[in-house]
Design a protein around this ligand. Structure first.
Ligand SMILES: [Zn+2]
Length: 321
């Protein structure tokens, strides 16, 4: 049986057997949504931000992820701490795929390492691409340990429906400044969508891995961090893989808070992809295009830094010709 068939059955079972899943997926269908359009220019399709008013997400957008808080809590991705109703589909003896009981997508999976091991992308992009290939219609995503992961001490990806994440349908048409291109795909930077996106289209896993790793080497690592601040999206469109990397400079925007003109928002991969799960009603009602643009500008690597990294990658691939 194909992985996707196992996952279909897993969903059906959990919707029947687990009240929390049944309630939260039913509630998801009733959530209010609102759209904000980032105008991109006449030659390209505009970028769309979907705001989803989702009070259940408060636990993740306001989660404490400092070392002391992490040590004090039982890890919710370790099997011994999970609810007895939660079932698992094992992938490659190394990851367990589970239904996320607090969904943003009408199909929302958590894909975590079986072993309790820190959240790191280095050496894992091939896993991400392989899983994406086996989950058609899905986008697999990764939040860096300090860029939105709610369990930075336990390696995990997530997956949702690609059709529900706006950017997955926008990158194809976006203007890309190329670093490298060949018969196996292309690699470059897209800067017109309100947030910078390093973008790879690859017809082979090896080519995708090579380009991704060359980018990972160029992104800055802050003192005391184990990897660059980033969010990664990966999907397979039937022909090949698409990988979108959002370089970050911080996790929470300066406007994070409960005061006037402040928002409880901790942007992660899904928000970078254009779907904002907003936990507070006033934030859902008040967010404007201006706020969205400022938050992206604030949490993403600066345009100057992005240009410097892009120039190094251009030089690197140019010198290889
Ligand atoms: Zn764990």
């Amino acid at each position: 049986m194909l992985l996707i068939e196992h996952i279909d059955k897993l969903f059906s079972r959990q919707l029947l057997n687990w009240q929390l899943v049944q309630d939260n997926y039913a509630a998801l269908d009733r959530l209010a949504t609102r759209e904000i359009v980032i105008p991109v220019g006449d030659s390209m399709q505009d970028s769309h931000i979907v705001l989803q008013y989702n009070p259940e997400r408060l636990r993740s957008s306001s989660a404490s992820i400092d070392d002391a808080s992490l040590k004090a809590r039982p890890c919710f991705l370790c099997s011994e701490n999970q609810p007895k109703e939660q079932e698992t589909v094992v992938w490659d003896n190394r990851y367990k795929i589970q239904v996320n009981p607090y969904p943003i997508f009408s199909r929302h999976l958590t894909i975590s390492a079986i072993e309790h091991t820190p959240q790191r992308i280095d050496g894992r992009i091939v896993d991400m691409m392989s899983i994406a290939h086996q989950l058609p219609e899905h986008v697999v995503f990764y939040n860096g340990p300090k860029s939105g992961a709610s369990a930075p001490d336990h390696m995990h990806f997530q997956a949702g429906l690609r059709s529900q994440l706006p950017i997955c349908n926008e990158l194809f048409n976006a203007t890309i400044s190329l670093f490298d291109a060949n018969e196996k795909g292309l690699f470059g930077i897209i800067t017109q969508l309100g947030r910078p996106v390093f973008y790879i289209e690859a017809l082979s896993i090896e080519q995708g891995e090579e380009w991704f790793n060359s980018l990972l080497k160029e992104l800055p690592v802050k003192r005391g961090h184990d990897e660059p601040l980033l969010n990664v999206l990966c999907w397979h469109d039937g022909n090949g893989w698409c990988i979108a990397v959002f370089p970050r400079r911080k996790h929470r925007p300066a406007c994070y808070g409960t005061g006037e003109d402040q928002f409880i928002l901790s942007p992660a991969s899904v928000d970078m992809g254009g779907l904002w799960a907003v936990a507070r009603e006033e934030d859902f009602n008040n967010l404007t295009l201006h706020d969205v643009m400022l938050i992206y500008l604030d949490v993403c690597l600066s345009p100057q830094d992005v240009e410097e990294i892009s120039e190094r990658l251009r030089q690197f691939y140019y010198s290889k010709i």
